[in-house]
Ligand binder design. Structure first.
Ligand code: DX5
Ligand code: ZN
Length: 222
């Protein structure tokens, strides 16, 4: 049986009732919360910041994973650590390779799990120079910036290649997918090698969240 993680993306929740949304997702069987931070510069949208994440951590029984779609992620590692997140993911192209590596090292030095994400235009081999330090590769299956977009099936070979790179490393690297994941796409991603599924719309907008998560798990195992 595949050990998979379901990570509801808070971007799709009802912010007016954040505490209830967090508790409802935990009760439905969520494994991780995925928190998208956007600055309106790296991506053309602004989401929420670190005080919101801290509030989520304070009422959540499960780990919180921060996905940083911002130009200066290195400036916010300490504040995320203090907010109580479990993992921090940055994008491969937010700055030069040296700055990217330094930022990944900062995340690791803070005692947090290290994630590296690729926009759809980048090949999986971009991950190679960083495999030694990463705990997770995040393959975007939509252009980052907005929830509710259509899954890009041409990302499937990239998931496969990322999994090969992960398997060749001397430590465990999880493969996360994000964007358009739901009942129709989760098994395709799992078959390609993903084990960690960020699900926004298909989770929070589902009329029965527990049934939705049970369905996702059953689909992957089938
Ligand atoms: C998009 C975000 C995603 C988003 C996914 O840039 O990274 O986490 O919330 O939403 P859905 O599942 O609706 O595509
Ligand atoms: Zn995300």
């Amino acid at each position: 049986m595949k050990d998979i993680k379901i990570a509801p993306s808070l971007l799709a929740c009802d912010f007016l009732h954040l505490e209830d949304e967090v508790k409802s997702a935990v009760a439905a069987g969520a494994d991780i919360f995925h928190a998208d931070v956007m600055d309106g510069v790296y991506v053309p949208n602004i989401s929420f910041g670190f005080d919101i994440i801290k509030s989520v951590v304070s009422v959540s029984d499960i780990p919180v994973d921060a996905h940083l779609m911002i130009k200066k992620p290195q400036n916010y590692i300490d504040v995320l650590k203090r907010a109580g997140v479990y993992s921090v993911t940055v994008h491969s192209d937010f700055d030069t390779p040296d700055v990217v590596r330094h930022t990944l090292e900062m995340i690791k030095a803070a005692g947090l799990k290290v994630g590296l994400s690729l926009r759809p235009c980048f090949s999986a081999d971009e991950l190679l120079p960083y495999a030694d330090i990463c705990d997770m590769f995040l393959i975007m299956t939509v252009e980052p910036g907005f929830g509710g977009q259509k899954f890009m099936s041409d990302m499937l070979p990239k998931i496969k290649r990322a999994k090969e790179i992960a398997d060749a490393a001397d430590h465990e690297i999880s493969i996360q997918v994000d964007g358009g994941i739901g009942a129709d796409t989760i098994a395709l991603c799992a078959d390609a090698g993903a084990d960690n599924f960020v699900i926004g719309t298909a989770f929070f907008k589902s009329p029965d969240r527990k049934a939705a998560i049970d369905g996702f798990r059953a689909t992957v195992k089938a």
